[in-house]
Design a protein around this ligand. Structure first.
Ligand SMILES: *[C@@H]1O[C@H](CO)[C@@H](O)[C@H](O)[C@H]1NC(C)=O
Ligand SMILES: *[C@@H]1O[C@H](CO)[C@@H](O)[C@H](O)[C@H]1NC(C)=O
Ligand SMILES: *[C@@H]1O[C@H](CO)[C@@H](O)[C@H](O)[C@H]1NC(C)=O
Ligand SMILES: *[C@@H]1O[C@H](CO)[C@@H](O)[C@H](O)[C@H]1NC(C)=O
Ligand SMILES: *[C@@H]1O[C@H](CO)[C@@H](O)[C@H](O)[C@H]1NC(C)=O
Length: 455
């Protein structure tokens, strides 16, 4: 009998305990009656606010699921020297607080409330690449709905480190990573998820970035990853932000002027070297090019060697080489008119090989001379031998005249004149070669430009 009573007592006790536990569950619901009449009663949330120091879970071995999402609203700056990208984004963080719930029917259908984040536990989501002090104001608000879902948005100016490759400047495309994760919580305590699909993030960001800045957002990709530090594992979500530079400014300010200067330098081959105008012209161009480089050096990346710097160096060296060649030709022609040096055999045969059949590139310089109505024999210095050659009788005639000495002198003169002509031919060949080099350089730089622009 005694034992039976204790059984019943035990049963009743169990029942009461069970009811009490259920009651404990009910205490998590917030009594929201009167919220629609007298405003929100802070006392109703006091129990929640008191717990803000701790992660809001009922069973501590269950991790908190935190969903994140963001909208990239501007790409402010990309600094190649410091390898930093400055962007502006709205970070959305969403999680559940099981201690908050109310019945909207009791309070006139209030489904969500905003409250200051000071009173709530916040997940410590940070961006691993962040290289600056987070200047986000801390006294922000969060939306809490009647099921305890908390949505926290914060604006962030993110200065993130990014491996920038400026080789193809100004046609470069950069792939910057933003790794979202928690400082403190390991995977046992916090699991990260995506609130929206990455395509949606990409789409909204693409629509939102209205600024016509230097950089265009191409796409955003995402990858989830667990980072292991020692024995701890941290959940991470990695976003790849692919951006591309708008090259127009650089094409107009850097490539076009440089291209024009090189084109003018190419055209200067049509100025006869003999007239003495070409060298000053080329020197002026070289000076102009140096001034251009000085003025435009701010636009170039200060670090690394982009292709465009190589292009500028090539342009400059081509100009210097052509100036040197002009000086050399002037010297050669001067020598040829006064005392032509003997021509080496190999050079002679090379000259014959190149000039007699039209095997080399079409001799532009010769063409140019023809266009201008000039021939190589119209040189001021060479006029004299030409005239004498015109007067020069044939060898047979000379013998007939019976003056062998004058014949020898004339032969010598003819040889000298022939040699002079050979040197003139040689100088024209050099001109043609360099002209072809210029054309080749311009063609290859234009085709590189087109290929880079279209990829
Ligand atoms: C909620 O609070 C009101 C007074 O503010 C009280 O009358 C009502 O009984 C409470 N409801 C519950 C379920 O405790
Ligand atoms: C807490 O969660 C763990 C893991 O899900 C589970 O094994 C355990 O039984 C839970 N504890 C209670 C009291 O519900
Ligand atoms: C996070 O997102 C997943 C699906 O993307 C969803 O099932 C889950 O309820 C979300 N969690 C929160 C806290 O919003
Ligand atoms: C960006 O970089 C990541 C990792 O380096 C790579 O997986 C991804 O394909 C890259 N994206 C683009 C568009 O290059
Ligand atoms: C993104 O935008 C494109 C067209 O702008 C659309 O076809 C696609 O369905 C959108 N994707 C998402 C996930 O909204």
């Amino acid at each position: 009998m005694e034992r039976g009573w204790t059984h019943v007592e035990g049963f009743v006790l169990c029942l009461i305990l069970h009811l009490l536990l259920q009651g404990e569950g009910d205490t998590f619901t917030i009594n929201c009656s009167g919220f629609d009449q007298h405003g929100v009663d802070p006392a109703a949330f006091q129990a929640v606010f008191d717990r803000k120091a701790f992660r809001p879970v009922i069973n501590y071995s269950i991790p908190t699921h935190v969903n994140i999402s963001f909208t990239l609203s501007a790409i402010l700056e990309v600094d190649a020297q410091r390898q930093l990208m400055t962007s502006f984004l709205w970070l959305n963080v969403i999680w559940y607080n099981p201690f908050i719930s109310w019945n909207p029917k009791e309070c006139g259908g209030i489904r969500k409330l905003s409250m200051t984040t000071e009173n709530l536990w916040l997940p410590d989501i940070f961006i691993e690449e962040f290289m600056d002090v987070d200047q986000t104001p801390t006294d922000l608000m969060a939306y809490v709905n009647n099921e305890g879902r908390i949505k926290y948005d914060k604006p962030m100016q993110v200065v993130s480190i990014c491996k920038l490759d400026i080789f193809y400047f100004p046609f470069d495309q950069q792939n910057c990573t933003l790794t979202f994760g928690s400082f403190l919580y390991t995977v046992e305590n916090m699991v990260l998820g995506m609130e929206n699909k990455v395509q949606e993030i990409s789409n909204t960001s693409l629509n939102l970035i209205r600024s016509k800045g230097e950089w265009v957002l191409l796409s955003i990709h995402q990858r989830a990853k667990k980072m292991t530090v020692g024995t701890n594992q941290y959940d991470q979500i990695i976003f790849y932000v692919v951006i591309r530079r708008r090259p127009r400014l650089y094409v107009i300010n850097l490539l076009l002027p440089s291209g024009f200067l090189v084109a003018i330098d190419t055209l200067s081959f049509y100025l006869p070297a003999e007239s003495g105008n070409r060298a000053p012209f080329k020197i002026t161009l070289l000076l102009g090019y140096n001034v251009f480089l000085l003025m435009m050096s701010d636009l170039l990346p200060t670090r690394g060697t982009p292709l465009i710097s190589v292009y500028f160096a090539l342009c400059l060296s081509l100009m210097v080489v052509s100036l040197l060649e002009t000086i050399f030709i002037i010297y050669l022609l001067h020598m040829a008119t006064s005392e032509p040096p003997p021509m080496p055999q190999w050079l002679h045969s090379l000259l014959l090989h190149c000039t007699s059949p039209r095997k080399c590139c079409p001799t532009a310089a010769q063409k140019g001379n023809k266009d201008l109505g000039l021939t190589s024999t119209h040189l001021p210095g060479l006029k004299e031998p030409e005239v004498s050659a015109g007067k020069m009788p044939r060898p047979g005639e000379a013998e007939l005249n019976g003056c062998p000495e004058s014949t020898r002198a004339q032969e010598h003169e003819a040889q000298k004149q022939h040699l002079a002509e050979l040197w003139v031919q040689f100088s024209h060949m050099m001109d043609t070669l360099l002209f072809c080099l210029y054309l080749l350089f311009m063609a290859s730089s234009i085709s590189t430009l087109i290929v880079l622009w279209n990829t």
